[in-house]
Design a protein around this ligand. Structure first.
Ligand code: ADP
Ligand code: 5GP
Length: 246
């Protein structure tokens, strides 16, 4: 396979966990680094599956002992990637996906510039709000304050999109999954010469279209909707100026 490190970042609720789990059904030998966090489990989350849940004390002593490849504070909780995740994936020659925030991504890029980085955007703030609410609802309770906080953070995170090699817009799920799959297969092909069966040409085209350099037209409406590089008045959605019909 490869030993390629993929970093995937996105505003919370954009769908990156969904994309990664769909990708792993389609493509073999891709491991997912289960992060450590001090936040409480949500809904059906289980320790050791979505995250390793821990206390602030244990997290900080792990950080002091140098056990993290990167770590950061996000929404008031600590999150970190254990170095061991990388060692384990490399030992079996698997690729590894890190689902980490923009601060963690910058730390990993500085240490491992060869990592492939992917930024996932929701199509617009209203869709993001609906997804955050739906996820909360599925978990049993809609915490409006938390939804509002995460929405407010989304714009700041999206502003960092230029630091990533590839851009995905998670609008229609199947299309975004196919694009993510194409990026993984294309990187395996370019880096390791791994063959891509009969679909190769199409896969390479799909991946190339997602390169940052080729994404400006595609992401323009998303940036506009979030009021980035344009009219800040567009952010009225955050403050309840339009109704949510979900
Ligand atoms: P993240 O990991 O980025 O925080 P999740 O993967 O948990 O986001 O997705 C947030 C919510 O949006 C979930 O309820 C998920 O089922 C839903 N979702 C993800 N992608 C799509 C999509 N393309 N279309 C509709 N709903 C989606
Ligand atoms: P959530 O609480 O919604 O699962 O995740 C909140 C944010 O923390 C997301 O942006 C997610 O990518 C990020 N995150 C999850 N694990 C890690 C990690 O190990 N390191 C860093 N830096 N961020 C993480």
């Amino acid at each position: 396979m490869a030993g390629i490190l993929f970093i995937i970042s996105a505003p919370s609720g954009s769908g990156k966990s969904t994309l990664v789990s769909e990708l792993r059904k389609q493509v073999s030998a891709v491991d997912f680094a289960i992060s450590w966090t001090t936040r409480a489990p949500r809904g059906s989350e289980r320790d050791g599956r979505e995250y390793h849940f821990t206390t602030r004390e244990e997290f900080l002593s792990m950080a002091d002992a140098g056990m993290f490849l990167e770590h950061a504070e996000v929404f008031g909780s600590f999150y970190g990637t254990a170095r061991l995740s990388l060692d384990d994936a490399l030992a079996v020659d698997h690729d590894l996906i890190l689902d980490i925030d923009v601060q963690g991504a910058a730390q990993v890029r500085a240490k491992m510039p060869e990592a492939v980085s992917i930024f996932v955007m929701p199509p617009n703030p209203k869709v993001l709000r609906t997804r955050l609410r739906n996820r909360s609802r599925a978990e049993g309770v809609v915490d409006e304050e938390e939804v509002f906080r995460r929405l407010g953070q989304a714009r700041k995170e999206i502003e960092n999109y230029r630091q990533y090699g590839y851009i995905l817009i998670n609008d229609v799920l199947d299309r975004a999954v196919a694009q993510l799959e194409a990026i993984v297969l294309a990187e395996r092909y370019y880096r390791n010469g791994e063959p891509i069966a009969y679909r190769s040409r199409r896969v390479l085209e799909v991946a190339a279209a997602c390169l940052l350099a080729n994404s400006q037209e595609r992401i323009k409406p998303v940036l506009e909707a979030f009021g980035i590089g344009g009219d800040p008045g567009q952010q009225g959605f955050l403050f309840g100026e339009d109704s949510d019909d979900d």
